[in-house]
Design a protein around this ligand. Structure first.
Ligand code: ZN
Ligand code: ZN
Ligand code: FE
Length: 741
């Protein structure tokens, strides 16, 4: 019979795609077959209504599927029914690995249904939900290539697994109480009940999740949280809070429609929202921080535990600060120093994956940390050569690219120790193996001291391309928006620290760029950073530098001056006069720190961007005052006139909130002005400073009003977590062997 051969690519395996095709074809009275091989789903189909079949194939695809392409060609089909055929193995580029997904509503209903055979089964899953990326040990994605391989299916599970009409047809992690993994608790025989009891009594409990262990405790208990902070050596940095349900989450924080959608999405990220006062949460969850990171339960274990506990839990990755998340059974003894008890199980985690963190920007998502639920979904962009990019030093991710996909790895961690370097190497190896990539080019940051760069130089010196930090930020935006490598964009790369071409610390950069290179058309005026990068922890020292640069006398009534001893001030003055022990920086992140200190908001920080967050939140409560502009002489943007005014206004008793707001508005005005002067039609906003939602919104608003197209990040973080993607984009373009379009 005349019919068609159809090929579907994308995330189409392990997500119930073949049974969906089977149901759809049968419903339309079509005959033929569906199967998959390592690169695609292939369909032979004949009958009336193939066009409708193809349309619904895309429109009605299962929730976790992501169709990238559908190709059709004529074919002869010999069949009188529609059936599912065996998987074919073969070489070539692999089909895409799905990310982990929160337990679906159908499974959740069964979990709490006393008549269901999986009632309260902590490992309930189906083709529409459950672990994926974190349990994969090889490809193709099939049960023997997952950490479920060691569990033999019982007859009941087997019959569901092999029944095309069942929701669990080929659900690789399928399990039930008879044949599945077992939950185990160190503090009692009834894991959920006993863990909930201990949590209520103030215990810190390690809980094995999808991508690693969490440390959990009662989110209302000062005492428990204080111990947790002590053990993690984490004095101030906010903890995320897992709420039993969305209703309670909306009482803890300001959850608008967009935030609600993100909280409930299958990726289940931590969503940063404004905290509500008087909720009963301990002050110590996010001390002095007006934001709170909320998330909803995403595994059946979380649902059972939160249901039993009935109140929000602090949930934080089990690791030393910046180090990779603990995830192996062999790691469990390392939990001793952190947790009083451990709630664990025997389904191994193969790939570690932290929780993702996002903010809401208007009605869109702004990624802050991209990991569980998003990785390893690739960025669709054609690089033209197989590339590996080693990423940044802090918030490291790697990027492996081939064909028209760039896979940005899950968040690896801060490359300050051997464990993170090893985790990085394992991650690179995993992505290379998964997608069969042997790199022609390897990209790394130009910083001579980065561990990721050292790895690239030691292992791939013959194919190394060094990429300037802020150029990589801008290129990440270009890649994410699939721009042509030759198109030009005016990139505002505002961040904390990046190695500049002149060996100084850059970070307030305006680059007229394409993928190959850039002109540095403007930058913040350099100030001397006392003690170099060490000043990052002390916004008050950076404030002294900006006061000094603006010729403002250090008098005692100014908050950053009062924050120092006379001896410290004498030493700093000598440093600034001689330049000894200082490094010039054009960092916008440091300028935000300095303003926060000048306004008396914060002089020392214990985690990144702490002062800048204070400044942003103050600004959201203020209004714009008339103020003098930054000076802009030949591409050097000098905040001195503004700082002179700010100090005077502060002395006259202006509100801190208004001054913070006015500062944000002035930075946005500078962006608009520089874009206009350059005659830019396309502008990109990137770098860690653009995690600031207020600043981003003000810049976008001003630019769009003046008719400029603006690109911001949606797929990878504006911070250094997105750097690897940009490095890969630049390295591929420099290699110069892109195929003609
Ligand atoms: Zn499910
Ligand atoms: Zn079973
Ligand atoms: Fe950066």
């Amino acid at each position: 019979m005349d019919g068609e051969h159809i090929e579907v690519t994308g995330i189409v395996q392990g997500v119930g795609f073949r049974p969906f095709v089977h149901r759809l074809a049968s419903a339309l009275g079509l005959v033929g077959s569906v199967g998959n091989d390592p690169t695609k789903v292939f369909i032979e189909v004949a009958g009336a209504g193939i066009d409708e079949f193809v349309r619904r194939l895309v429109d009605e695809a299962p929730p976790l599927a992501k169709v990238e392409s559908v190709t059709r060609s004529p074919s002869v089909v010999v069949s009188d029914v529609f059936r599912i055929v065996e998987s074919r193995s073969g070489a070539g580029e692999r089909t895409l690995v799905p990310p982990d997904s929160a337990v679906c509503d159908d499974c959740l209903a069964e979990l709490f249904d006393p008549n269901d055979r999986r009632h309260r089964h902590p490992f309930i899953t189906c083709t529409n939900c459950g672990p994926r990326f974190t349990i994969i040990t090889g490809l193709p994605y099939d049960r023997p290539n997952t950490t479920m391989a060691e569990f033999a299916m019982c007859a009941a599970c087997e019959s569901e697994y092999t029944d095309p009409s069942d929701r669990r047809f080929h659900a690789q992690p399928i399990a039930c109480p008879a044949c599945g993994p077992r939950l185990r608790y160190t503090g009692g025989d009834d894991p959920i009940r006993d863990a909930a009891r201990d949590l209520a009594e103030g215990a810190i409990v390690a809980i094995k999740g999808l991508g690693g262990f969490h440390l959990a405790c009662d989110a209302s208990s000062d005492e428990a949280i204080e111990r947790l902070r002590d053990r993690k050596h984490r004095p101030d940095k906010p903890f995320a809070v897992m709420s039993p349900d969305i209703e309670l989450a909306a009482e803890l924080g300001v959850v608008d429609d967009s935030a609600g959608l993100l909280l409930r999405s299958p990726a289940r990220p931590i969503v940063l929202v404004e905290q509500r006062p008087g909720t009963g949460l301990s002050e110590l969850v996010a001390p002095g921080n007006p934001m709170i990171g909320l998330l909803l339960p995403y595994t059946p274990i979380h649902h059972l535990l939160l249901d039993a506990f009935g109140w929000p839990l602090v949930m934080t990755s089990a690791n030393a600060s910046g180090a990779p998340i603990l995830h192996r059974a062999a790691d469990e003894h390392l939990l001793d120093g952190f947790a009083d008890q451990v709630l664990t199980h025997d389904r191994p985690i193969h790939v570690p994956c932290d929780d993702s963190v996002v903010r809401v920007l208007g009605d869109r998502l702004l990624p802050i940390r991209r990991a569980r639920g998003y990785a390893p979904v690739p960025v669709p962009v054609l690089l033209g050569a197989p590339v590996i990019a080693a990423g940044a030093e802090l918030k490291n991710t790697a990027c492996v690219a081939s064909g028209d996909h760039a896979w940005v790895s899950q968040h690896v961690g801060d490359m300050e120790n051997l464990e993170t370097l090893e985790a990085f190497e394992r991650t690179v190896d995993l992505f290379m193996a998964m997608y069969d990539v042997t790199p022609d080019v390897v990209a790394a940051d130009a910083h001579p001291g980065y561990l990721s760069g050292r790895w690239a130089r030691e292992n791939h010196a013959d194919r190394l391309v060094e990429v300037q930090h802020h150029h990589a930020h801008v290129a990440a935006l270009m890649a994410e928006h699939a721009l042509d490598p030759d198109s030009r964009i005016l990139g505002f790369a505002f961040d904390g620290t990046g190695y500049g071409d002149d060996g100084t610390i850059w970070g307030g950069e305006v680059l007229d760029a394409d993928a190959r290179g850039y002109d540095r058309v403007a930058h913040l005026a350099p100030v001397p950073l006392p003690g170099g990068d060490a000043a990052i922890r002390h916004p008050s020292r950076v404030a002294l530098a900006h006061l000094w640069a603006a010729d403002i006398t250090w008098s005692e009534d100014l908050p950053p001056v009062a924050a120092h001893t006379d001896e410290e001030l004498r030493l700093a003055a000598r440093q600034f006069e001689t330049g000894f022990g200082t490094i010039p920086t054009t960092s916008m992140g440091r300028l935000f720190d300095a303003i926060a200190s000048l306004l008396g908001l914060r002089h020392d920080i214990s985690y990144e961007a702490q002062a800048a967050i204070d400044l942003e939140i103050a600004a959201t409560k203020g209004r714009v005052l008339p103020a003098p502009h930054f000076a802009g002489v030949e591409g050097v943007i000098d905040p001195a006139p503004f700082i002179v005014w700010l100090v005077a206004a502060l002395r006259e008793g202006a509100r801190v909130e208004d001054l913070a707001r006015t500062f944000h508005e002035e930075v946005a005005r500078v962006v608009e002005t520089v874009a206009a002067r350059q005659g830019a039609g396309l502008v990109g906003l990137t770098g860690g400073v653009f995690q600031n939602a207020l600043l981003t919104e003000r810049c976008v608003d001003r630019l769009e009003r003046s008719g400029v197209e603006v690109l911001t990040h949606r797929l990878v973080p504006p911070n250094d977590g997105g750097l690897a993607l940009g490095q890969a984009f630049v390295a591929a373009a420099r290699r110069g062997d892109r195929p003609a379009p």
